[in-house]
Structures are given as structure tokens and as C-alpha cells.
Design a protein around this ligand. Sequence first.
Ligand code: ZN
Ligand code: ZN
Length: 83
Amino acid sequence: MEMEYNCPLCNGLITISERCPECGSLMEDWGRVQDYLDPYQPYLDISITASEERRDEKKCVHLYLCPRCGRDTRITVNQILGP
Ligand SMILES: [Zn+2]
Ligand SMILES: [Zn+2]
């Protein structure tokens, strides 16, 4: 059986508390950046370009948004081997 890499953040194993560099508010995890690269979800006007990170399957890139000032940032999570 083949082991797969799983993102601990997607699976709720860890939480990441990221502070907004602009206003210091706690930023919210909006999930994987990959989900927003889907052409059928064009509602978010965030400048995300396809990067090398996206092709690296051992990393999961999460989008964090500040609920107060709307600033966005990306957090790269190293995936872990799971069953
Ligand atoms: Zn993830
Ligand atoms: Zn902010």
C-alpha cells in the first residue's frame, strides 16, 4: 500500500496563528490556494499566479486573509506522510 502525503492543516491536526502584518489582527485560514486557482471559482479577486509551490505535492499552500483589512498572505505547510 502506498503512503500519501497529507496536509496537517487541511486535516485539522494543526492550527496556524498568523498575525496580519498591517493591523495585527489574527488572520483566517481560507483553505488551499489551489482551490482558488480553479477557473470555476473566479469570485475572489486575489492576485495568485501559478507558482512552483503549487506543483510541489509535498507542500500545501494555504491562503490567509485578514478579516479586518483584507490583506492576504500565503502559508506553506509541509505535508506529512499518512495512512
Ligand atoms: Zn492544506
Ligand atoms: Zn489586517
